[in-house]
Design a binder for this molecule. Sequence first.
Ligand code: KG4
Ligand code: ZN
Length: 341
Amino acid sequence: MRVLGIETSCDETGVAVYDTEVGIVAEALYSQIDIHAVYGGVVPELASRDHVRKTLPLINEVLNTAGLSPKDLDGVAYTAGPGLIGALMVGALVGRSIAEALGVPALGVHHMEGHLLAPMLSESAPQLPFVALLVSGGHTQLIEVQALGDYRLLGESVDDAAGEAFDKVAKMLYLDYPGGPHVARIAEQGDPSRFNFPRPMVAKPGLDFSFSGLKTYTLTTLQSLGGIDNLSEQDKCDIARAFEDAVVDTLIIKCRRALEQTGLHTLVMAGGVSANKRLRSALGPALAAVGAQVYYPEPKYCTDNGAMIAYAGACRLAAGQSDEAMMNLRPRWPLNELQAI
Ligand code: KG4
Ligand code: ZN
């Protein structure tokens, strides 16, 4: 079965074709970062308009690269939520129109299920059951995955998502949007022994997160040094390093706790923040010490992409699921409301 996947939930237009026999056969991604960077964040209306410009050309590009014609497609999957409603509408309308014209099923995919299943696209894919740590710009969640589509929320951020906290700290440090990679870049030069930022909510039992206080702590530290305009480049690097270390440590502590609580030995980490090198290099040894193994997506599948939507859609379409004729977009959509596959 060949499935066209379309991702337009935020600021990336992603398109891919997944073949259940051979895997991803072609993919293309267009990032709108340059459009939004001048505003310091995503401008929803500009995002929708750019998806309108890019979605069809990217679909043509992907089909050409794969040497496929539209008639070779057996289904179409598009992101139906969570995300920006105008942006979601573009991918959904294009995807559903193509499916209707070809007479093949269409399916709205949950964006976070796409992220969660992205490690399945790697050569060494994890075996079920596992605990998933989803860390993106909008979500920080620990999920117990007993089977595909069977998701139990173990804990989540009660305020900012980890990626959102990275983005806000980047803004404080006058770094570009999206901030995560920039904070990580300058943290490389930071002195890890200069500051010791708190690890939020680790003393409390449970698996929830909170990153808002850490963000405020970062701001207070910056102000105690005389404010951003008085900081040396080294000060900024040291602050970035202290912030990154605090986020990484906190995530690791909660992942270990989630594995202990569920009795599982496999952790899957996905979403934009899973691209963070320090997190990737620290999580493996920390989990190995408790006899657990970690899997992450290839770096190109950590942030938003069409391949993860094509794959998640193919799993559901191949199991006979598809959507009604009515488009049902969900800007907010709890993962545990999904039907099992
Ligand atoms: O999954 P994603 O592409 O989009 C959402 O679904 O939100 O995640 C984007 C988030 C942004 O907050 C970005 O700053 C963060 O992931 N991010 C990173 C890194 N790369 C992306 N955060 C920390 N370190 C990185 N290397
Ligand atoms: Zn995402």
